[in-house]
Design a protein around this ligand. Structure first.
Ligand SMILES: Nc1ncnc2c1ncn2[C@@H]1O[C@H](COP(=O)(O)OP(=O)(O)OP(=O)(O)O)[C@@H](O)[C@H]1O
Ligand SMILES: [Mg+2]
Length: 262
């Protein structure tokens, strides 16, 4: 079983002795087939944590490993979806999705076939020829996710990928993310500010405390798996068990005991 792991990772943006730590001894594993969602106040180090897992940043202390081997920089086995879609505005949806395939040297026919199949997977069948400016925000977000999947990553790292969407599109995208995740058998690490989103998607929720960022709480959930097994999203999200878990997580995020003054 493939696993991406942060082992007692501490991190400071400045290297001067005594510089404030953004993350303090964070140990967190994401195995293939898991969906780990990170919650925490603004500034608690969520994006820093994701950038460490992606290999964009190096730990000040501790190690990031993939199957026990140290991660040294970004790689196609860990695809990243940013909040701002970061699509290439000058090319169409298909060419955006096909970009990782081009890097890999796939033939023109192969690229078109794979990109169109991926676009269909995210609900954009037949839209490959559209320019990026012709797509809505939700559609762009889906192109970004399809592009991340094109590299067939083992791990999908997402920083507030649905943050900019309206409530209804966001609910639909959550369902789509679960479906794609279960079909592609990746390990997912997702950051969100929405507690409801975290509960619905996660096999495990991690709450970060702030200043310095450290793990305050880790808890397993199965609402997403139940959705995939056929239960209705609205029904799950209004279950007493879901509502109670939501309130408990909100309390944990805002509990001053978790936030030591910086
Ligand atoms: N490039 C940087 N250089 C210096 N400090 C930074 C940098 N990026 C982030 N920080 C600091 O590190 C801390 C954690 O930031 P980070 O972006 O990881 O938080 P976050 O939990 O993702 O916050 P948000 O919810 O607002 O996105 C903050 O105090 C922030 O000011
Ligand atoms: Mg952030």
């Amino acid at each position: 079983m493939s696993e991406l792991r942060l082992n007692a990772v501490s991190f400071a943006y400045e290297h001067a002795p005594g510089a404030a730590r953004v993350l303090d001894r964070v140990t967190l594993g994401v195995a293939k087939g898991e969906f780990v969602v990170v919650l925490g106040q603004s500034g608690s180090g969520k994006t820093s944590l994701l950038n460490l897992a992606a290999g964009f940043l190096e730990p000040t202390e501790g190690r990031v490993t993939l199957d026990g081997k140290a991660v040294s920089g970004p790689s196609a086995d860990r695809a990243v979806v940013f909040q701002d879609d970061a699509l290439f505005a000058w090319s169409n949806a298909r060419d955006n999705v096909a970009f990782p395939l081009r890097l890999r040297g796939a033939s023109r026919d192969e690229r078109k076939r794979r990109a169109d199949a991926l676009l269909a997977d995210v609900g954009l069948a037949g839209q490959g020829g559209k320019a990026i400016w012709e797509l809505s925000g939700g559609m762009r977000q889906r192109v970004g996710i399809a592009r991340a999947l094109a590299a067939e990553p083992e791990f999908l790292l997402m920083d507030e990928p649905l943050g900019a969407l309206d409530a209804m599109t966001r609910d639909q995208m959550q369902e789509l993310l679960l479906t794609i995740w279960s079909r592609s058998n990746t390990g997912a690490l997702l950051i969100t500010h929405s507690v409801e989103e975290a509960l619905f998607l996660a096999t495990r929720v991690v709450v970060l405390a702030a200043h310095p960022g450290r793990i305050a709480l880790e808890q397993n959930f199965d609402f997403g798996r139940r959705f995939l097994a056929g239960e209705k999203a609205r029904a799950l999200k209004s279950e007493p068990e879901f509502v109670a878990a939501r309130e408990a997580l909100i309390a944990a995020i805002h509990d001053p005991a978790y936030a030591v003054a910086a």
